[in-house]
Design a protein around this ligand. Structure first.
Ligand SMILES: NC(=O)c1ccc[n+]([C@@H]2O[C@H](COP(=O)([O-])OP(=O)(O)OC[C@H]3O[C@@H](n4cnc5c(N)ncnc54)[C@H](O)[C@@H]3O)[C@@H](O)[C@H]2O)c1
Length: 308
């Protein structure tokens, strides 16, 4: 079962699991996900879609649960912040309850946002984070932190078989065109020939993981021994400044768009970079897709989307 399976990452994960000949139950309330993301899968005898909101209990028989349901970009998670916390926290409780009932292994899609605006670089899993609990990002950051707490308490208290991955910025086809995330923003602005918005001086850095690499890591994490619950960082440690990313996108799209600077949003982290030593050791995994190789299919996807 994949919750949030009609979203960006979830739909790629469903596709991968079906390619592995797994029976997939996709659960989604279509808040930010869409049928288009899973349309190609609906024909498959291995695939089933159920519209459901994870803040309500679910009664199904499954062997493994990937819990991805949650709006992931600030535009979407700040749209209804109370619902975002409910999705993270009530969603986790409901899915953990289901996992306990049917003795399923359950993987949580956590996030680098649990590190907040980190005081150490790069972040290892042992870093506890620097999160503003009352800021506008807290509904997501603290929701995800509380979900991790619940996962580890179910693990300690009920011996539940859990896996927690902390996902860093991931990009690829099927990202939302208007969700304010930097890769999709820059590509859409470049393709439209609109101004490219750089927040602050553009020297803040991010790391970008291509979606296929991320999905491979999640599948590997799900297959690890029971004694390894995580958390484990998944991301691409290559760091780029926003200016570097913008210039790469401009060159690859052959766009004449201009760069314009705007003030930094509140609580925006200055730097975020994963330390993936643990993933290398325990999952025998590291990202394979370089930035330009991943941007190519992503740009092609948005080109088609904007032309439609
Ligand atoms: N994309 C990234 O870079 C990134 C980074 C860190 C963590 N994550 C995590 O990965 C997961 C997937 O992110 P994404 O980028 O694919 O985002 P997304 O918005 O494309 O996918 C989230 C999916 O969850 C569904 N959803 C939201 N609330 C729901 C609810 N109450 N009940 C059922 N379904 C619900 C949405 O409709 C959507 O299909 C999220 O949990 C997110 O926090 C993503």
């Amino acid at each position: 079962m994949v919750t949030g399976g009609a979203g960006f990452l979830g739909s790629h994960l469903c596709t991968r699991l079906i390619a592995d000949k797994r029976d997939v139950l996709c659960i989604d309330n279509l808040f930010t996900g869409s049928r288009n993301n899973i349309r190609a899968l609906l024909e498959s005898p291995y695939f089933e879609f159920q519209r459901h909101d994870v803040t309500f209990p679910l009664y199904v028989e499954v062997a493994q649960i990937y819990n991805l349901a949650c709006p992931a970009s600030p535009v979407h998670y700040q749209h209804d912040p109370v619902q975002t916390t409910k999705t993270s926290v009530h969603g986790a409780i409901n899915m953990l309850g289901l996992a306990k009932r049917v003795k399923a292994r359950i993987l949580q899609a956590s996030t680098s946002e649990v590190y907040g605006d980190p005081a150490v670089h790069p972040q290892t899993e042992s870093y506890w984070g620097n999160v503003n609990p009352i800021g506008i990002r807290a509904c997501y950051d603290e929701g995800k932190r509380c979900a991790e707490t619940l996962f580890f308490d179910y693990h300690r208290q009920h011996a539940l078989d859990i896996k927690v991955v902390r996902i860093f910025n991931t990009y690829g086809p099927r990202m939302h065109p208007n969700d304010g995330r930097v890769v999709s923003n820059f590509i859409v602005q470049a393709l439209r020939g609109a101004d490219i918005t750089i927040f602050g001086d553009g020297q803040q850095t991010r790391s970008f993981c291509y979606v296929d690499d991320l999905v491979e890591a999640m599948v590997r994490m799900m297959a690890t021994d029971r004694d390894f619950p995580g958390p484990v960082n998944i991301g691409n440690p290559g760091e780029y400044t926003m200016l570097q990313l913008a210039e790469t996108v401009l060159r690859m799209t052959k766009s004449r768009a201009r760069l314009v600077h705007k003030p930094l949003p509140s609580d925006d982290p200055k730097q975020r970079c994963p330390d993936i030593t643990l993933a290398r050791e325990r999952l025998n995994w590291q990202p394979k897709v370089g930035l330009e190789d991943g941007l190519e299919p992503t740009i092609a996807y948005f080109r088609e989307l904007l032309a439609a």
